[in-house]
Design a protein around this ligand. Structure first.
Ligand SMILES: [Zn+2]
Length: 260
């Protein structure tokens, strides 16, 4: 899907992970891979249909497998230092998980894990014409980063945004996540490619901040009265809006109860 003259994206079906690419004057940058190697190969074909320029860098917004399981098809991969460390730590576990997914076993068996080859800590600018800024934000995961192309007024938010879906909070620091989103509100942005869900804009960031604040404040209050188990059995007590992936609320309570 064409977002601007220089930015394209693929929106995953049913809330599956999104990714995209940026057409520079001399080369092309890719942001995140699909969840499966075969989908990533399809993405590369799509990229080659839009440009004759070579792919120079893949950027991993964070370590989660639905954004990194196609890393094997790219030579130079940029990721935050924590993204590198966490992916390295998780690979043995992911290998076990792959075996436990009989439905997708065949597709996932093709995965050859590959780590970022270039890491950064604060932010870097890739002078790809247009300049592309990769900035560390944290929140969703410790090493989460966003990709911003000021000239195009486009942001790849990674999983800091799940547009229309309950977000995944398994590795999240909620106060840091809220602060990360607040820091994006001052940017000039026309289009946001979220980590999951449809193409959106700054309104989605505002909505997400409200969602995360509600989750955090309500969980803190409920914790005074209810055990973790009770809340997991009664997720409607959190009074969250109805969105895709409702089952995720219980998992998020489980992940965040002891942290709030
Ligand atoms: Zn994701």
């Amino acid at each position: 899907m064409k977002v601007t003259d220089r930015v394209y994206c693929r929106i995953g079906e049913h809330g599956n992970s999104n990714n995209g690419w940026i057409l520079g004057d001399e080369y092309c940058l890719v942001v995140d891979t699909a969840a499966f190697p075969d989908e990533t190969r399809e993405d590369i074909t799509r990229i080659q249909e839009t440009t004759d320029k070579a792919i120079k860098f893949l950027i991993n917004t964070h370590f989660h497998p639905d954004h990194t399981f196609g890393n094997m098809y790219f030579s130079d991969i940029i990721g935050h230092a924590f993204c590198y460390e966490k992916l390295k730590e998780m690979i043995p576990l992911y290998m076990e998980d792959v075996k436990k997914e009989p439905q997708n076993e065949k597709r996932l068996q093709q995965v050859q894990f590959r780590l970022p080859t270039l890491t950064f800590r604060g932010r870097i600018t890739i002078h790809a014409e247009p300049d592309t800024i990769v900035a560390h934000k944290g929140g969703h995961t410790l090493g989460s980063a966003v990709v911003y192309i000021p000239e195009e007024q486009v942001l790849f938010s990674g999983d800091l945004l799940f547009a229309g879906y309950h977000p995944y909070m398994g590795d999240a620091d909620l106060p840091q996540w809220i602060a990360a989103l607040q820091s994006l509100l001052t940017l000039e942005i026309k289009f946001i490619i979220p980590g999951h869900g449809e193409l959106c804009d700054l309104k989605e960031i505002v909505r997400h901040i409200t969602y995360l604040e509600t989750f955090l404040d309500t969980l803190k209050d409920l914790k005074k009265k209810y055990s973790k188990e009770t809340l997991i059995q009664n997720p409607s007590l959190l009074d969250l809006p109805h969105m895709g992936n409702e089952e995720r609320i219980c998992k998020n309570i489980n992940a965040q109860y002891d942290r709030v």
